[in-house]
Write a protein that binds this ligand. Structure first.
Ligand code: TTP
Ligand code: MG
Ligand code: MG
Length: 438
């Protein structure tokens, strides 16, 4: 018999049986879902992403929807959050305006998102991940990195088999499917998990990394969005393979720190560690006034300045928050906290401020306040933060302006640029109370 864990033969994703030949179906259960790869038993960084997450949860909870095209979305922004794979066949995609989605797929069932439910399901799946390793780094509500290095003794199984069992467990116990990517680094594990969705399981080894990447578009590189891809395209660079022929010096000269990332990731060099969830649960800034304040006009510049502090922290730590929290303390020390959840996590002062402003407006009722604070919670990696808003062009313009201001501040110091809201207005009103990160 072939040794168990012979990577040439691999194992069956359904019944986990080690294979003893190169046959196309499992010799035990007949399943064609076999995993083979020369590095199958050596790779230990995994990325897991749920398939059509919100839509799958809704289908699970209402079996009548099973074979129907389902779109989750609507609400204020009128865009598609996600669509099930049936609706995707008709061309429906995330972030598409709802009217377009319904043009493409008129018979789709549209469901308003139930964020609380999805967050709860996301947490349950995350807990199953933590049963495998403490090194779980959530990236968003439906995905996370896992580092399974050194867990083989604990599980009596190599990471690839552990992850196959995990994927089966989620199907069995949660009624949802996930896609798994396995590699030696985060960059490629994430690419792998996207490779054969849904119910995917892909492996990218160190040996093949450079060849695998060569013909892929630069947009596959973490941090290369549409705008930066357009810049690269203007410079004649479209594929990762082209980056592989360029040296680090010229890339950095042309694109700054991003040039270094292009150089390294194009070659499959990624030493970022899987960092378990950040200790801090929220980032906030608050201030106590010299004299109590009741008027909105007087509170606004302070709110703006505090929002900028929070944003600066988030940007420095490469994190983003999805829930904006406003805190007010009245003269008689009564505390009011108000919060609002955003569609996507943010690190932008502009969005934090505007959300805070809309919460603050409603609290203005003649009460005199002694303290104002603003913060964000629901923290995550900045990967999904502030996607350019297809609907709100003004918001996109402000986001671009904010990035320009950040650059100026990076060069000339924090006080180099003041916005119209804060200009010369706040120094005298506030005591210097330290900000907090909880
Ligand atoms: P994704 O993992 O990007 O997408 P998905 O899980 O729906 O589908 P896939 O099988 O391709 O992974 O996002 C997770 C959830 O986040 C998604 O179900 C809905 C939400 N979301 C939005 O609200 N807006 C968006 O633009 C995207 C991309 C996702
Ligand atoms: Mg997903
Ligand atoms: Mg995802």
């Amino acid at each position: 018999m072939a040794p168990v864990n012979d990577p040439r033969f691999g194992f069956c994703r359904d019944c986990l049986a080690a294979q003893t030949s190169e046959g196309r179906r499992c010799h035990v259960c007949g399943s064609p879902r076999l995993l083979r790869h020369p590095e199958l038993y050596r790779l230990s960084i995994a990325h897991v992403d749920c398939d059509a997450f919100y839509a799958s949860v809704e289908k699970r909870d209402n079996p009548e929807l099973r074979n129907k095209p389902v779109i989750i979305g609507g609400g204020k922004r009128g865009v598609v959050s996600t669509a099930c794979y049936v609706a995707r066949i008709h061309g429906v995609k995330s972030a598409m305006p709802m009217f377009k989605a319904l043009e493409a797929c008129p018979h789709a069932v549209v469901i308003k998102p139930d964020m609380e439910k999805y967050a709860r399901v996301g947490r349950e799946i995350r807990q199953m991940m933590r049963d495998l390793t403490p090194l779980v780094e959530p990236l968003s509500i439906d995905e996370a990195f896992l580092d399974l290095s050194g867990t083989e003794r604990l599980h009596h199984d190599p990471p690839a088999r552990v992850m196959a069992q995990f994927s089966n467990r989620v199907e069995r116990e949660m009624g949802l499917s996930v896609s798994v990517g396995i590699s030696y680094c985060k960059f490629l594990a994430k690419i792998a998990s996207d490779f054969e969705k849904p119910r995917g399981f892909s492996i990218i080894g160190a040996e093949e990394a450079v060849t695998f990447l060569a013909d892929k578009p630069v947009t596959l590189i973490w941090g290369v969005g549409k705008a930066f891809a357009a810049t690269l395209e203007r410079d004649g660079i479209r594929t990762i393979g082209q980056l592989q022929t360029m040296e680090q010096g010229p890339l950095m000269a042309a694109y700054g720190t991003m040039g270094q990332r292009l150089y390294r990731l194009s070659r499959g060099l990624d030493t970022r560690r899987v960092e378990p969830e950040s200790e801090s649960k929220s980032v906030s800034a608050e201030t106590t006034f010299n004299e109590d304040i009741a008027s909105l006009d007087d509170l606004v510049p302070i709110l703006r300045s505090l929002s900028e502090k929070v944003s600066h922290r988030l940007k420095t730590a490469d994190i983003a928050g999805r829930t904006v929290v406003l805190k007010l303390k009245s003269r008689d020390f009564k505390l009011r906290t108000r919060n609002r959840q955003l569609a996507d996590p943010t690190q932008l002062a502009d969005r934090i401020f505007r959300t805070g402003f809309s919460l603050l407006e409603k609290e203005i009722d003649g009460t005199r306040f002694r303290l104002l604070g603003i913060g964000v919670s629901d923290l995550s990696d900045d990967g999904r933060a502030d996607p350019l808003d297809l609907v709100d062009v003004q918001a996109t313009k402000r986001a671009v302006a904010e990035t320009a201001i950040d650059k100026l501040r990076g060069k000339f110091g924090n006080h180099a640029v003041e916005t119209g809201y804060t200009f010369g207005k706040i120094q005298s009103r506030t005591k210097n109370v330290p900000d907090e990160i909880e």
